[in-house]
Ligand binder design. Structure first.
Ligand SMILES: [Zn+2]
Length: 235
């Protein structure tokens, strides 16, 4: 059987996982519970990358119903146990406090979306201050300053993160105002952060590396030119 394409959540590498790298199991638990007949299943993958060899593990609690001879399993709970969140590996050149806020926002996305949105907001503020060197005290002013420097659609999205993330950050001012944030919305904010990691930090790093390569190649050429050629003459 041909392996299926899979991206490791730890090392970020794409791999073709073989049957040997995957394990799964399913078991009936009880019948006649308040959920009806229930069971449990797990699915685990070992990363085939020799540098990584990490393990992912997901467990499902499901309800079983019969549709004629066919068993239908409907998941009531899904636990992503390893890794604990959907956070993607991020490079070291993104400052550690920013990466930590991102990781934590991912970790609590489904359990506490409001707190996750607040962390996403803080992560965004950290990025604007570090990457764009804009420091105004209030995020709203920092985002205003950013408006002329980034594309309009990116700016709109950033402003949306600020508004949703405000729910947790300014509790003391709007104590009676509870704006619900669901895990899906928290996830949108997280994906914006991921996109900005890519568009700001990763692109800048790639550009720097390219420029450094061009500069060193040009220097090499220049050195060669300065050397006398085989006729003993300077060009
Ligand atoms: Zn891996």
């Amino acid at each position: 059987m041909a392996g299926q394409s899979w991206q490791c959540p730890y090392c970020g590498n794409y791999a073709s996982i073989r049957l040997d790298d995957q394990q799964s199991g399913v078991n009936d638990l009880h019948s006649g519970t308040i959920y009806g007949d229930v069971g449990i299943s797990f699915y685990s993958v070992k990363c085939p990358n020799k540098e990584c060899k990490q393990v992912t593990l997901e467990v499902r609690f499901f309800q079983v119903t019969n549709d004629g001879p066919r068993k239908i399993r409907r998941a009531l709970h899904v636990w992503q146990l390893m890794p604990e969140s959907g956070a993607k590996p991020q490079p070291d050149y993104i400052p550690a406090p920013i990466r930590e806020d991102y990781l934590e926002a991912c970790l609590i996305q489904s359990k506490s979306p409001k707190a996750s949105a607040t962390l996403a907001r803080r992560c965004l503020q950290g990025m604007i201050r570090d990457f764009w060197e804009i420091k105004k005290g209030r995020l709203v002013d920092e985002i205003d300053t950013l408006q002329d420097r980034v594309d309009a659609d990116v700016w709109e999205a950033i402003n949306a993160v600020r508004k949703v993330g405000n729910v947790g950050a300014h509790m003391e001012k709007d104590i009676d105002l509870i704006v619900p944030v669901d895990p899906g919305e928290a996830g949108l904010l997280i994906s914006l952060i991921e996109q900005l990691f890519e568009e700001w930090y990763v692109r800048r790093e790639e550009r720097r590396n390219r420029m450094a390569l061009i500069t060193s190649l040009a220097k090499e050429k220049d050195e060669l030119k300065k050397r006398p050629n085989d006729k003993g003459l300077l060009e």
